[in-house]
Design a protein around this ligand. Structure first.
Ligand SMILES: CC(C)(COP(=O)(O)OP(=O)(O)OC[C@H]1O[C@@H](n2cnc3c(N)ncnc32)[C@H](O)[C@@H]1OP(=O)(O)O)[C@@H](O)C(=O)NCCC(=O)NCCS
Length: 167
């Protein structure tokens, strides 16, 4: 398995993979694949990493810019992240996320936020911060990792692609 940036011809495979990964997830809005397409169309897919096994895409992670009023430096949001159902729990998701964070750090990003299970994202260093909010999301599920500088405070706004894709 190796991890690399998406190529233009990977878009359809990423869409299919994302739909398959989220199909049976109770927390899913089933809009994740459309969000990725909308981010790409808006030029806001900062990182779109694919995990490839024997020439086939088995995992994907997206990172896009987020806005935090008053934050210094560039902040990003992680997600959606998808691993093909029959290949889950074999380290692919972790490898994608670690590589994404490594690339953000090399690009001098200030940090990254994620909405998801603390038991999963805590292992990368993500943690909830009572001073950082995302809409009505339960505070323990909204987490951030600082790559450079001090903790930002306030409300986080994801790219509009995350809203526009809900209808
Ligand atoms: C979540 C997902 C990306 C993780 O990728 P993965 O390759 O399956 O996971 P990894 O092999 O990297 O990690 C496996 C570990 O994560 C844990 N894990 C996986 N999903 C978890 C979750 N939702 N909550 C808590 N722990 C989770 C496993 O128990 C395992 O723990 P262990 O290492 O202590 O045994 C993948 O399972 C997936 O595509 N799920 C469906 C879509 C989804 O929910 N995406 C994330 C939404 S924010």
């Amino acid at each position: 398995m190796h991890i690399t940036s998406e190529r233009p011809e990977d878009a359809a495979a990423i869409r299919a993979l994302t739909e398959a990964a989220f199909r049976d997830m109770p927390h899913s809005s089933q809009t994740e694949a459309r969000i990725i397409d909308a981010l790409r169309a808006a030029g806001a897919l900062t990182l779109s990493l694919v995990a490839i096994e024997e020439g086939v895409i088995v995992g994907h992670a997206a990172f896009s810019p987020v806005q935090i009023a008053g934050a210094l430096g560039d902040w990003y949001g992680l997600g959606p992240v998808s691993v093909r159902p029959d290949r889950q729990r074999s380290g692919i998701g972790q490898a994608l996320i670690r590589e994404g964070l490594r690339r953000l750090k090399s690009a001098m990003a200030a940090g990254c936020v994620v909405l998801g299970a603390p038991a999963y994202y805590g292992r990368f260093g993500f943690e909830a911060d009572p001073d950082l909010h995302y809409g009505a999301a339960p505070p323990v599920y909204f987490q951030r990792i600082i790559l450079e500088g001090s903790p930002p405070k306030g409300e986080v706004r994801f790219h509009p692609a995350f809203d526009a894709s809900s209808d």
